[in-house]
Write a protein that binds this ligand. Structure first.
Ligand code: EPU
Length: 418
């Protein structure tokens, strides 16, 4: 199994390019099942989760090629509508095939995703939405079986703005008969990337103030589409430079979609700036100020995916800071590992209280999920001594070439088999 060996204490300086967004690419790849022609996608990151989604499409019968971040998918000859347990258990986003398969085949059987390290994570909002669109849903032998003669437009109130349910239901509704109005939808930027891809391919999806309106169309005709850059990688690499006292420039050809994260970094005394014309985001370490309070929220609130990264920065900040996690019940798995490195953190329910310490010390530690793993990489980059991080397959699910990128800006990080 691969591990990272990281020798801390090297400030990071230089320039890097941000890869394509995992969480935009996953639903867009699944959306290729809505077409009757070959789909070409570019800027697709080389990641374990992307390979899992491609494998799932292959099991369904789609033919794919994936080289140099360019993915072609030919979904014209699907032979199956089943997403097996082996894949769904390794990646919950496998349920993204449900919407497109219900829309095009009228039948799908997807293994019921259980809980995961982030918590229970039910999918009731997806399923109620499919039922609203006219599908029947039942659980049989551990699988969710969805059936529909055809899907018909409807009014759907999500109740909570689930990212996954918003994407899945958009994909189900684009080919439905009539108009769908979706209230309490998620507003994460990755959703608008899916919408952009579908609209440029002939879908009729309109974003209104209070709801998304989807007018069903007969068929879609694909355009070649370049997936948006990854805002969570942007935040991660920026935070890596800050925690080491360095300065990094990150190529960013997109609008400012991490403002809630940037504002907290600025409150901490760091300098963070986006030059939209140049397409460069600069992160420069400043003199740390203390006492930061953060609450994770759906977009445009503070993203739960950047919570562990900010938490590690705060562990070395002056004063006492608070983080309240409202999206996932189990997103503080990085805390016990950081305590092993000398951090002073107390958990109270869904909150943590962080008393900043002067230094972190190297220790053997373990990644538990993608973002917890990345936050431990940051801690190790700042720590005194040599840290070994185990179970980095979690990190490989969501970061393209992380150690190569960090090495090229001065980090001492090595992938080893331990
Ligand atoms: N939820 C329900 N019922 C549902 C759906 C969600 O109760 O039917 C709950 C979940 O249990 C969770 C909360 O609602 O507590 C948020 O879930 P959501 O559906 O919004 O998240 P997701 O689609 O499962 C995506 C990202 C996550 C990211 C969250 C929140 C992908 C593939 N995953 O998950 O990314 O944290 O949105 O922004 O897009 C990651 O990249 O490391 C990651 C975990």
């Amino acid at each position: 199994m691969d591990s990272f060996r990281i020798i801390g204490g090297q400030p990071l300086f230089g320039q890097l390019t941000i890869s394509g967004s995992k969480n935009a690419a996953l639903p867009i790849i699944a959306a290729s099942l809505l077409f009757k022609e070959k789909v070409t996608l570019t800027n697709i990151p080389e990641l374990a989760d992307i390979r899992t989604m491609i494998k799932l499409l292959n099991i369904l019968g789609a033919e794919t090629t994936f080289e140099n971040n360019r993915l072609t998918i030919d979904p014209t000859d699907l032979r199956s509508d089943q997403a097996p347990y082996e894949l769904v258990k390794t990646m919950r986003a496998s349920i993204y095939v449900m919407g497109p398969l219900l829309a095009t085949k009228g039948h799908t059987r997807v293994s019921f995703p259980g809980g995961c390290s982030l918590g229970v994570r039910p999918i009731d909002i997806h399923l109620k939405g499919f039922e609203k669109l006219g599908a029947s849903i039942e659980v049989n032998g551990g699988d969710i079986v969805g059936k529909a003669k055809y899907l018909k437009g409807s009014e759907i109130n999500l109740g909570f703005p689930s990212v996954g349910a918003t994407c899945n239901l958009i994909m189900a509704a684009v080919l439905a008969k009539g108009i769908t109005k979706m209230k309490n939808f998620a507003k994460e930027p990755e959703i608008w990337d899916l919408v952009e891809f579908l609209n440029r391919s002939g879908a009729k999806i309109m974003r209104k103030e209070e709801y998304i309106e989807i007018e069903g169309v007969e068929a879609l005709s694909p355009i070649e589409y370049s997936v948006m850059p990854d805002r969570i990688e942007l935040g991660t690499l920026g935070a890596a430079a800050l925690i080491t006292g360095g300065e990094i420039k990150l190529k960013w050809q997109h609008s400012d979609i991490i403002s809630s994260f940037r504002e907290k970094l600025e409150d901490m005394g760091h300098h963070v700036h986006l030059d939209e014309e140049e397409g460069i985001y600069t992160f420069k370490a400043g003199k740390m100020k203390g006492n930061i309070d953060v609450r994770t929220l759906p977009y445009p609130g503070f993203p739960t995916d950047l919570q562990p990264l900010l938490g590690v920065l705060l562990s070395l900040n002056k004063g006492t800071s608070h983080i309240h996690e409202t999206i996932f019940e189990n997103r503080f798995m990085w805390v016990p590992e950081l305590e092993r490195m000398g951090a002073d953190i107390h958990k109270e329910g869904e909150s943590i209280i962080i008393n900043g310490v002067k230094t972190l010390q190297a220790a053997p530690i373990m990644a538990s999920d993608i973002r917890a793993g990345a936050s431990l990489v940051l801690a190790a980059l700042a720590a005194k001594g040599e840290t070994i991080i185990r179970r980095i397959y979690h990190i490989d699910r969501g970061y393209e070439n992380l150690e190569k990128k960090l090495s090229s800006v001065g980090a001492k990080i090595f992938r080893e088999k331990i």
